[in-house]
Write a protein that binds this ligand. Structure first.
Ligand code: PMP
Length: 425
């Protein structure tokens, strides 16, 4: 039995199964090391996650026993590689809600998926005076392609603002999304604030005005159940490397009617049906959008990452991260003046916690923590417009995943206290 929360994260009415973090950690060889003399505490999964042994082995297994180019070969290795590659496509299709496999396109990452859309759908459909709506909390990957599209097509880029609490301010949505709006592109989960956005509600408003909806799920796909149709999305982008899989693999899901009418983005081998010097016809979906030799090993090993996530259960993962986040909020409140950005209600957010100290710069926080074996991220997190809205130059960001536990939050908070002593604050 399942039901949907207001943010379209599928929840079940059964209680979540607690993750066995000790057993999970044993699957991640990289975690078993000392950094600067201290046990590694990895709290930077929002930037990139670590990989379980199953994923590392899948990469090795592919190169040791199965590697060949895919699709065209008639020999055994070509068949094995093609089968492995297409198996991952089917798995992704299941993972995002049971969509047709031809709607799943492999790219090099969420960034490429969004660029593909801005060029292939955008150049075809956006004209002078049209509007593209994004939000103030977007990652540069979901700003720059639309900015460039607006420049190319003399269109207008508009933004949905955020409230002081780090939610989208939907009070003027009706005037922001208009009949001139062609695209509404937004993140499902913010990589800075952790906010989980009410995508379905915004999608409904966008569709009423005839716009398409592009969802940047780079931060949500690793942490929550994603049902692309329940989200009301027309296109969804995400990256394998943030969800236990290899780098260099991304996904673009799109409704087949829209993908069919789009021209290709990259051109070359694989994406054609027939090439003549006076006429070229395109291959069928999804191959039309996969020119050249893709990241075969990466895609094949991504299947192992998805299986690992399936085994744990996305609902259980989400619950685990909510518990850690709740604990982190409690413990971080022991530090006077430390400011956590974004929603303060754990149910409205993911496990990415951006914070600032009133005196110590985020870069100094990160450097101090690293000298004690704790990996976090500091900077603008590829969200400079959001930083400007927040009135910050940078934040420190700790982000958790399946292999983190509360003792690591203790290590973080204790170290932040030591840091204040060290800096004489
Ligand atoms: N969108 C968001 C919200 C992200 O956090 C990221 C990665 N930091 C991206 C897009 C881009 O992902 P990638 O670098 O894997 O293409």
């Amino acid at each position: 039995m399942s039901s949907k929360t207001k943010n379209n994260i599928v929840s079940t009415i059964e209680p979540p199964v607690e993750l066995d973090v000790a057993a999970i950690r044993a699957d991640f060889p990289i975690l078993d090391q000392k950094i600067n003399g201290h046990t590694l505490v990895y709290l930077d999964s929002a930037a990139s996650s670590q990989k379980p042994r199953e994923v590392i082995n899948a990469l090795l297994e592919h190169y040791r026993h199965n590697h060949s180019n895919i699709h065209r070969g008639l020999h055994t290795l070509a068949e094995r590689s093609t089968e492995g590659y297409e198996k991952t496509r089917s798995h992704v299709a299941q993972f995002i809600g049971g969509v047709p496999t031809e709607e799943v396109i492999f790219t090099s990452g969420a960034t490429e998926s969004l660029n593909l859309l801005a060029y292939a759908w955008g150049d075809l459909n956006v004209h002078e005076g049209d509007e593209i709506v994004i939000t103030e909390m977007e990652h540069h990957a979901n700003i720059v392609p639309w900015f460039q599209l607006a420049q190319r097509r003399k269109a207008i880029l508009k933004t949905i603002p955020i409230t002081v609490c780090g939610h989208l301010d939907l009070s003027n949505l009706d005037t922001i999304i208009t009949p001139r709006t062609k695209i509404v592109a937004l993140c499902h989960m913010s990589n800075v604030l952790g906010t989980i956005n009410p995508v379905a509600e915004i999608a409904e408003a966008a569709h009423k005005k005839g716009a398409i909806v592009v969802v940047d799920a780079a931060q949500s796909a690793p942490h929550t159940t994603i049902d692309v149709r329940a989200l009301g999305a027309d296109f969804v982008a995400f990256s394998s490397h943030k969800m236990l899989g290899p780098t260099g693999v991304g996904v673009l899901w799109g409704r087949s009617e829209l993908l069919e009418e789009m021209p290709p983005f990259n051109t070359g081998g694989e994406m054609i049906r027939e090439v003549r010097f006076d006429k070229i016809t395109w291959n069928e979906l999804p191959h039309k959008f996969e020119a050249g030799t893709p990241n075969i090993a990466g895609v094949i090993a991504f299947d192992a990452a998805l299986s690992y996530l399936d085994k744990l259960g996305m609902y259980n993962i989400h619950h685990h991260e909510m518990e850690i986040t709740r604990y982190a909020f409690e413990r971080l409140s022991e530090l006077d003046g430390l400011e956590i950005q974004g929603p303060q209600v754990v149910e409205d957010r993911g496990g990415t916690i951006s914070f600032t100290d009133p005196v110590i710069h985020p870069h100094d926080i990160s450097t101090f923590l690293d000298s004690h074996g704790i990996a976090i991220r500091a900077g603008h997190h590829c969200a400079q417009p959001l930083m400007r809205v927040m009135g910050k130059v940078a934040t420190a960001r700790a982000s958790c995943y399946v292999y983190n536990d509360k003792s690591e939050i203790d290590a973080l908070v204790d170290c932040l206290k030591d840091m204040r002593k060290y800096f004489g604050v």
